[in-house]
Design a protein around this ligand. Structure first.
Ligand SMILES: Nc1ncnc2c1ncn2[C@@H]1O[C@H](COP(=O)(O)OP(=O)(O)OP(=O)(O)O)[C@@H](O)[C@H]1O
Ligand SMILES: [Mg+2]
Length: 326
């Protein structure tokens, strides 16, 4: 049984202008100790998936359908996060079983409180620790992410970007969750610090057999870390498979174009491809395959009917009419 099984998840934003189908029928699984990379261009629904997994899509978003099964080994229970009461989610799942380093979290640290107090607060409020227990745990957590104890006494503005990112990773680890979601954890950091943060995540993963969902628009980061990769486009997963398959044998035209757009250190700069056009408005996405307006291989059927996921290799699935039988 996988640790996490997402089935036909739909998360929509109910805005005054209409319904934004940000996550529209997404399915995947995550095993214990596995690193899943979730990639795709801006606005394709990556963060909305992440927040849904915590059972808290940002307002005016709501989980509109599907299931998020989480297996709790300790309790011997399986929860459905997509259909769980808020109270139970809070006491059993959120931050305890699944936690998240949310996008931009390092810039959302409260400027007026010391870092140590900010890490300790949820431990006192939600985990029922005494102030002293919480402070001991804070030191443990800071050390775990490669920071020394003195950082606890500092204010966020006294830290570098890399240090702040380590602090928010420490916060996500506070209650020792089985799954950590990291949403763009290295964006806005310079390349050297990026590499340090990735190494830290690798270490945190293998030491505890923790599962990680790594979200980024940057496929080169996913190549470093992920066992499995899911490519999202316009609210849907268009291709998913083992990392080696996705990078060496990509089957969806969108994945192929995304891979071409990775800047290479040694390659000539004029070879850098970009994907013409932009993702569709998720309030009224095109019928059929959502990628067809930008797809170099678009056929008639692509504009009329949505392709289903088909297996094209071991554990490798793609939703594209080039592979589906009509
Ligand atoms: N609060 C909101 N209200 C309405 N629409 C929203 C809201 N938040 C996100 N959306 C829309 O939902 C879609 C998915 O957004 P999401 O933030 O999940 O994308 P993303 O893949 O994480 O993008 P990025 O790479 O820029 O972080 C987008 O079309 C976005 O405009
Ligand atoms: Mg995002």
């Amino acid at each position: 049984m996988p640790l996490l099984e997402v089935k036909n998840l739909k998360t929509y934003y109910y805005t005054l202008r209409g319904v934004v189908k940000a996550v529209d029928d997404v399915s995947f699984t995550l095993e214990k100790g596995e690193v899943l990379g979730l990639a795709g261009e801006s606005g394709c629904g990556k963060s909305t998936v992440a927040w849904s997994l915590l059972g808290m899509p940002p307002s005016p978003g709501r989980i509109a359908g599907g299931h998020i099964y989480l297996h709790d080994d300790e309790a011997g229970e399986t929860y459905d996060i997509a259909n769980m009461a808020e109270e139970e989610l809070r006491s059993k799942v959120r931050w305890r079983k699944i936690s998240m380093v949310f996008q931009g979290a390092m810039n959302a640290l409260t400027p007026v409180h010391r870092v140590g107090d900010q890490i300790a607060e949820p431990l006192i409020l939600h985990a029922g620790m005494t102030k002293e227990e919480a402070m001991n745990r804070v030191v443990e957590l800071l050390n775990m992410v490669g920071l020394d104890d003195t950082i606890a006494m500092r204010y966020p503005h006294e830290l570098s970007g890399g240090q702040k990112q380590r602090v928010v990773i420490a916060m996500a680890l506070a209650l020792d969750p089985d799954i950590v979601i990291a949403d763009e954890p290295t964006t806005a950091l310079d390349v050297v610090v990026q590499a340090q943060i990735l190494n830290l995540m690798k270490e945190l993963q293998w030491k505890k057999k923790r599962s990680i969902i790594l979200i980024t628009h940057d496929l080169s980061i996913i190549a470093e870390l992920a066992d499995k990769v899911a490519i999202m486009y316009a609210g849907k997963i268009v291709e998913i498979g083992p990392s080696s398959e996705i990078f060496n044998n990509p089957q969806h035209p969108y994945t192929q174009l995304l891979l071409k757009a990775i800047p290479r250190l040694r390659g000539p700069i004029d070879k850098l491809a970009y994907i013409p056009g932009t993702p569709p408005d998720l309030m009224s996405p095109p019928p059929g395959c959502r990628f067809y307006p930008r797809c170099p291989y678009a056929m008639d059927v692509c504009m009329r009917e949505e392709p289903e996921m088909v297996e094209v290799g071991k554990d490798h699935y793609v939703a594209c009419w080039l592979h589906s039988k009509r």
